[in-house]
Write a protein that binds this ligand. Structure first.
Ligand code: ADP
Length: 475
């Protein structure tokens, strides 16, 4: 505000027309950026208020503010002082503030925004667009930044007609990317500009595709045993009606298929329940050693005999839900028993109070010639200590090329899974539980030697040994 307000002057139609023009531009700009009517109206109102005060103070030079062609990003934001002084300086400075506000809003918007002038030059960019297209300082041609003939055509079309358009663009290199571009024209200082706002839709498209794949896989997995059940029922009602031996055999198969369907459904339900809660980290404290011990003791004696595991006397606390950490142990031990082969010995090792680096070492750097891969990792947190559970078998091992896909839903390695009754969801469930617990899951495997899956989960420091972090890190 100025120190003293001059007398209001009579309305000046060119000024009013310019104010309306600026309001129109502001509306278009803010709507193009936010796509939010409420935000747009309040933003435009702010610009309007600034202009109205400026007019009331007696300025007629607002259009000068828009003379700068580099509306955002590449130009200096420093205002110029009007030589006329007084109310006009105050008014232009208010309008300049409004323009600065629009400039800051464009700069901060997470969507890439580009502004092109009628000669095809890039006159405005924001941080997101400079990052996305590696745009250097200085004006360059729009067509050199986005080399897509359909987009360049759409921009010149909007220049000609002034009609807003939206366009979807897809790129495959270096990664699949799906974007939606909104292209709108606006007039400033009797010149037409075009504003492009680019929305990244890759994540939405990918998750849509994953959902569709998941549904297709789940229905395929359920349909297979169901088709078997229907076939055997037909046979039992027809040709095998009087054949007692065949009937018993078929009933046995029916039982197996029904059992498989019920496991699949319960695995699917567990997975969706865990996924639903994945963003809520657990707060309970559970003794990992006791949880593993209980799972081992629940196995039939012949299986228990193959397992080497000795829980220590002290509890090994982790920040985790008892049922979920038991599910981790059950799935890994079940896989080791199933895929390790009948002769395989299974070794279960728990190591506690390790920093991240030592946890990774104890989880997957035991076998010299093995292939190893983290399947999920927590965010780096130097103040965390972890408890590692490693379940090791001496089975045939898994070839290196399968490792990255092991925790995908329904993924099974043909050579190891043939004839085994898995659902392909066990490791996906483990991975999601581990993610929820902010832990890690890794695999180490060597063909002919065996496979080891390990998880490491954060531990509650208040229940830990009385040692400082520095002492623990020093080993
Ligand atoms: P499933 O329900 O089929 O066991 P998982 O998600 O638990 O599904 O495992 C995915 C695949 O990983 C299995 O089908 C199997 O091919 C392979 N696999 C898992 N654990 C082991 C292991 N200990 N040794 C060899 N292969 C394994």
């Amino acid at each position: 505000m100025p120190e003293s307000s001059p007398e209001p002057t009579a309305p000046n139609w060119p000024v009013i027309a310019t104010i309306l023009g600026v309001l129109f531009v502001a509306f278009g700009l803010i709507y193009g950026l936010t796509q939010n009517v409420a935000l747009t109206l309040s933003g435009t109102l702010g610009v309007g208020l600034a202009l109205a005060i400026g007019w009331w103070l007696g300025t007629d030079t607002i259009s000068s503010v828009l003379e700068r062609k580099n509306l955002v990003g590449q130009g200096s934001t420093a205002g110029t002082t009007s030589p006329d002084g007084g109310g006009e300086v105050a008014a232009t400075s208010l309008v300049r503030d409004a323009v600065r506000f629009a400039r800051a809003a464009i700069e901060a918007t997470p969507n890439p925004v580009l502004i092109v002038d009628s000669a095809g030059r890039l006159v405005g960019t924001n941080q997101a667009s400079r990052d996305r297209f590696s745009i250097d300082a200085g004006q360059i041609r729009f067509s050199a930044v986005i080399r897509r003939p359909n987009l360049v055509d759409a921009v010149s079309d909007v220049f000609k007609t002034g009609v807003t358009r939206t366009l979807s663009i897809e790129s495959r290199v270096p990664v699949d990317r799906y974007e939606r571009v909104s292209i709108a024209a606006f007039e400033a200082d009797q010149e037409r500009f075009v504003l492009l706002s680019i929305q990244d839709e890759t994540e939405a498209r990918m998750s849509e595709r994953m959902r569709a794949d998941f549904l297709a896989n789940a229905s395929h997995e359920l349909r297979t045993p169901l088709a078997g059940i229907i076939g055997f029922i037909e046979t039992l009602r027809g040709p095998a009606r009087e054949d007692a031996v065949a009937r018993d055999r078929f009933l046995e198969i029916l039982h197996l298929q029904a059992d498989r369907m019920s496991r699949l459904i319960s695995d699917l339900l567990s997975l969706s329940r865990i996924e639903l809660n994945e963003h809520v980290a657990p707060t309970a404290r559970s003794d990992f050693a006791a949880a593993v011990q209980e799972i081992v003791e629940s196995l039939p004696p012949d299986k228990q005999k193959r397992i080497q595991f000795k829980a220590g006397d002290d509890p090994l606390w982790v920040i985790g839900d008892w049922d979920e950490i038991q599910q981790i142990a059950a799935n890994l031990i079940d896989n080791a028993l199933k895929y390790g082969g009948a002769q395989s010995d299974i070794r279960i090792v728990l190591s506690a109070w390790l920093d991240r680096e030592s946890a990774l070492k104890s989880a997957m750097r035991e076998w010299d010639g093995a292939s190893r891969l983290p399947l999920t990792s927590p965010e780096v947190d130097r103040d965390r200590l972890y408890c590692t559970l490693r379940v090791e078998d001496s089975g045939p091992g898994i070839a290196r090329q399968h490792l990255p896909r092991l925790s995908e839903r329904f993924y099974r390695v043909e050579e190891t899974a043939t004839g085994k009754s898995g659902t392909g969801l066990g490791l996906a469930i483990v991975k999601h539980i581990v993610n929820r617990h902010r832990g890690g899951l890794v695999v180490e495997s060597e063909q002919g030697r065996g496979t080891a899956f390990s998880v490491y989960l954060p531990q509650p420091l208040e229940l830990g040994p009385v040692r400082t972090m520095a002492e623990i890190q020093a080993g």
